[in-house]
Design a protein around this ligand. Structure first.
Ligand SMILES: Nc1ncnc2c1ncn2[C@@H]1O[C@H](COP(=O)(O)OP(=O)(O)OP(=O)(O)O)[C@@H](O)[C@H]1O
Ligand SMILES: [Mg+2]
Length: 337
């Protein structure tokens, strides 16, 4: 089954053709990073306008690259939530138009479930597993029972992990987007220079939750308070110490989730899953079976949307033309503790 995937939830305009949920025939990702760089963040109105200009070309070249055309496509899979409404509307409306004109069925896809599916494009992974979503907008630790079924264990109670990276980078003028830049700067810094706090959310209903707002404030406004004598207050040291605190906080909750559930298989997804510190901390845990998507499949891409869509379409699921776009996650109830 050939599925055309379309992704436009934020600032990546992407289309892909994936065969049987696994074989990527094309994965065309047009990023708007250069456009939003001057604002140090994504400007929603500019993002949706740019999607409008790009979507047709991006879809057509994905079909061409895959050596196919619309007539040979069996289903269309498109992100319809969560994300920026204006951006989502462009991809969703385009998919509806293609479906209406061609008679090819389409399915609306949850972007978070798609991030969790990314690693499955490249690896055989059995359910259940502990799913870790760490992206620009979300930080979620969950038990993943099936492609369409997750049980949320913990989330951020304020900022997402990637958002904290981006805000710290913006404050210090490191550049945009901040995650990769801080990760690279941290390689040249000493993470012992600052001891940033880990919020004590480990009790009761917050056992698996994280919080990045306090860490962000500490790094931005209270740097002197957490400085350790004998170390330089350099930008590289700030980056390294922030990165250590941000990732360690998350890993502690993840390891606890794994040991409490007895599920040792862990699958990461989302932009921050590309982070080198996170990858090495997870890889060093010998008792865990860990899967990551390749770098290109960590951030937003349509291959994960097409791959996940295949499973819904194969089961006979279809979306109607009344399907709307949604800005928030839906239907993920917190099941633990
Ligand atoms: N190496 C890295 N280390 C840390 N963060 C990174 C790295 N590479 C990318 N990021 C961060 O990943 C985020 C982008 O990831 P992604 O595209 O999955 O997020 P998003 O789509 O904006 O959010 P969401 O998926 O929650 O809607 C940004 O915050 C970026 O700074
Ligand atoms: Mg994303």
């Amino acid at each position: 089954m050939l599925v055309l995937g379309i992704e436009s939830s934020c600032d990546e305009c992407s289309a892909a053709v994936v065969e049987d949920g696994r074989k990527i025939l094309s994965n065309n990702i047009a990023t708007q990073i250069e456009i939003h760089k001057e604002y140090d963040g994504v400007v929603p109105e500019i993002a949706s306008r740019t999607h409008t200009e790009w979507v047709k070309g991006v879809v057509e070249s994905a079909l061409t690259e895959a050596g196919t055309d619309l007539a040979k496509i069996d289903g269309i899979s498109v992100t319809n939530r969560p994300g920026l409404i204006g951006s989502l509307m462009v991809g969703l409306s385009y998919a509806k138009g293609l479906s209406l004109a061609s008679g090819i069925p389409f399915i609306g896809i949850d972007h978070i479930l798609a991030h969790l599916y990314s690693a499955r494009l490249e690896h055989d992974i059995e359910y259940p597993f502990i799913g870790l979503i760490v992206s620009g907008g979300h930080t979620i630790i969950s038990v993943v029972r099936d492609f369409d079924h997750i049980e949320v264990m913990g989330t951020t109670i304020d900022d997402a992990c990637g958002e904290a990276y981006d805000k710290v980078a913006k404050h210090y003028g490191f550049g945009y987007p901040g995650g990769l830049i801080i990760d690279q700067m941290a390689q040249k810094g000493d993470d012992r220079a600052f001891s940033f706090p880990d919020p004590s959310l480990h009790k009761g209903e917050h056992r698996y939750d994280v919080s990045y707002s306090g860490l962000k404030t500490a790094v931005i406004n209270q740097i002197d308070q957490f400085h350790n004598e004998g170390y330089e207050k350099s930008e590289h040291n700030i980056a390294a110490s922030f990165q250590k605190a941000a990732i360690t906080m998350l890993m502690k909750r993840l390891f606890k989730a794994s040991s409490d559930t007895g599920i040792s298989r862990v699958v990461a997804g989302g932009g921050v899953a590309a982070n080198s510190y996170l990858r090495s901390m997870l890889r060093d845990k010998n008792n865990l079976e860990v899967y990551f998507p390749s770098m290109e499949l960590c951030t937003d891409n349509a291959a994960m949307v097409a791959g996940l869509g295949y499973h819904y379409l194969k089961r006979g699921d279809r979306s109607g033309f009344d399907l709307s776009a949604g800005s928030r996650v839906e239907g993920f109830r917190k099941k633990y503790p």
